[in-house]
Design a protein around this ligand. Structure first.
Ligand code: COA
Length: 261
């Protein structure tokens, strides 16, 4: 496992928990944290020990309170574009990971923090979770994919309201909008729920799970035909050993032993 300055890693029962660890700055994503996050997720792609990932924030006040505003004073038109594209790249790696990634949201998920949660495949919150895209209050817009992913997830009207007012919404409203998959009381309970869901997923064929992620992401792609991707992915599943094992196990009335092959 790597040693990062701003991330903590912990692996247990196939789940890699990545904790954004800058609590004195409400876990704000500075450029070093973004580089570390990219490195950490890329390593997890190929690590057979990692079957799924939880991303959360250190302590209880914030998941992530945004990109680090202290770095904003250096931004101009040229490096601002790079800043946005770099953030989009890191969050695309999260969204396209073939292993399930769950955000456990405690406290503030603002700006880049909300966008980080949106890039994950699911979001589980505690009662003190707050979501917001306050970029317009600073004179910018969400630049790490938020204008796209928030709209995909909660619909145009409410997404526009959140992004144009810059106001936060609480956990109950986030749950009712589908921004949160599940709402628990405490952060600890949210972590337990995330682990419970991941363990259910781990019982299933890993190749098929990864293909579900790819097909669902294709719904929102302009270049790809999602139905074509679905048919191709279905065909790939049909040639896998796990498919044969899944069908055999059903017919033999036993639990399948999937190997990801
Ligand atoms: N970037 C850099 N530092 C941040 C930050 C961010 N996005 N969010 C919080 N911090 C820092 C504060 O500057 C402060 O650091 P300091 O003690 O060295 O001054 C520390 O985290 C604690 O934050 P503070 O503002 O004192 O806490 P609060 O409880 O009064 O307010 C928030 C909490 C979340 C409402 C407030 O911090 C905030 O509005 N943050 C910015 C949110 C934002 O606009 N994010 C989107 C950026 S595009």
């Amino acid at each position: 496992m790597s040693t990062y300055k701003n991330l903590k890693e912990h692996i247990e029962e196939g789940i890699l928990t990545i904790t954004i660890n800058r609590p004195d700055k409400l876990n704000a994503l500075n450029s070093q944290t973004m580089s570390e996050l990219k490195d950490c997720i890329e390593k997890a792609y190929d690590d057979d020990e990692v079957k799924g990932i939880i991303i959360t924030g250190a302590e209880n006040k914030a998941f992530v309170a945004g990109a680090d505003i202290r770095e904003f004073s250096e931004l101009n038109e040229v490096n601002g574009r790079k800043f946005s594209e770099r953030g989009q790249e890191v969050f695309d790696i999260i969204e396209n990971c073939h292993k399930p990634i769950v955000a456990v949201v405690n406290g503030y998920a603002l700006g880049g923090g909300c966008e980080l949660a949106l890039a994950c495949h699911m979001r589980i919150g505690s009662k003190n979770a707050f979501f917001g895209q306050p970029e317009v209050t600073l004179g910018i817009i969400p630049g790490y994919g938020g204008t796209q992913r928030l709209t995909q997830l909660i619909g145009k009207g409410k997404a526009l309201e959140m992004m144009m007012t810059g106001e936060m919404i609480g956990a109950e409203e986030a749950r009712s909008l589908g921004l949160l998959n599940h709402l628990e009381v405490t952060k600890e309970e949210a972590m337990e729920k995330a682990k419970e869901i991941l363990q259910k997923i781990f019982k299933n064929a890993p190749l098929a799970v990864g293909m579900v992620i790819g097909c669902v992401n294709a719904v929102f792609s302009k270049e790809e035909d999602g139905f074509q991707i679905e048919a191709n992915s279905f065909a790939s599943c049909c040639k896998s050993k796990d498919f044969k094992e899944g069908v055999a196990a059903f017919l033999e009335k036993r639990k399948p032993q999937f190997k990801g092959e």
